[in-house]
Design a protein around this ligand. Structure first.
Ligand SMILES: [Zn+2]
Ligand SMILES: [Zn+2]
Length: 244
């Protein structure tokens, strides 16, 4: 199984990075984790066949994680996609998706897709199965608007991928990421404690509890991007592939 960082940037386009979107493929799986506004061109730049994606997991409703869906849906509609698609995310996802599609492409939310589209609102700490992918969402802490906010623990092909999503430190990250083969964690700042986001120093203070087998930092601000050469951790970059 492999995970490709299609985009690992923040909402501000720091470092010219695309918005958050990770593509996971294996013998039996093909799914996205988040679909930020710039995801469709970034996926196409990497030559990825969007019509083969079976599942899209959304962590929250900020544009840098969610705003790419109308473009993906439009492309699926006009590209004559036939394969079923499941989009799963926090409670309210059906309403939010309708709103963002109407805002960007009027009447698009009323157009019936030619393919089987399933939208699933997830309850935290329940395990869901989508084909060969088991997903457990955990509630995280990321402010007052754009939520609910979910981190994911994803089990597929005998491996565990965990993603913190955007969050300040919360104990839920421990069960979400514990012993994961790959833990992708936000490290928005180096040591500055910012509301709603995670600093690398805060994350480091808890790594002994999480014990990920592999850690990759993502969603970095200019502050972090300016220190890349000095960091003792693997940092994501757009296009980077991790074999799991
Ligand atoms: Zn974000
Ligand atoms: Zn966010």
């Amino acid at each position: 199984m492999q995970l490709r960082f299609i985009g690992c940037g923040d909402a501000f386009g720091s470092g010219g990075r695309s918005h958050t979107c990770f593509h996971v493929t294996g013998a039996h799986v093909n799914f996205l984790i988040d679909c930020g506004a710039s995801s469709l061109p970034a996926l196409k730049r990497r030559g990825i066949a969007c019509e083969d994606i079976d599942l899209i997991l959304i962590t929250h409703f900020h544009g840098d994680h969610f705003g790419g869906l109308p473009f993906l849906m439009l492309d699926a509609q006009f590209g004559r996609r036939t394969r079923p698609l499941t989009i799963a995310g926090p409670q309210g996802i059906e309403m939010r998706l309708g709103q963002v599609m109407e805002a960007l492409f009027e009447h698009s939310s009323k157009t019936r897709p030619r393919f089987d589209l399933k939208i699933v609102a997830l309850t935290p700490e329940q395990k869901y199965t989508f084909g060969a992918v088991d997903v457990t969402p955990f509630p995280v802490v990321h402010g007052e608007s754009g939520g609910p906010f979910l981190a994911y623990r994803i089990e597929a092909e005998d491996r565990v991928i965990a993603y913190s999503a955007d969050t300040e430190w919360t104990e839920a990250l421990v069960p979400a990421g514990r012993d994961a083969d790959l833990f992708i964690a936000e490290a928005y700042t180096f040591d500055k404690v910012v509301k709603n986001h995670l600093s690398l120093k805060t994350l480091e203070a808890h790594l002994d509890e999480i014990k990920p087998k592999r850690l990759v930092l993502t969603h970095m601000s200019d502050d972090m991007l300016g220190r890349l050469d000095t960091l003792a951790h693997t940092t994501a970059s757009d296009g980077m592939v991790v074999e799991i």
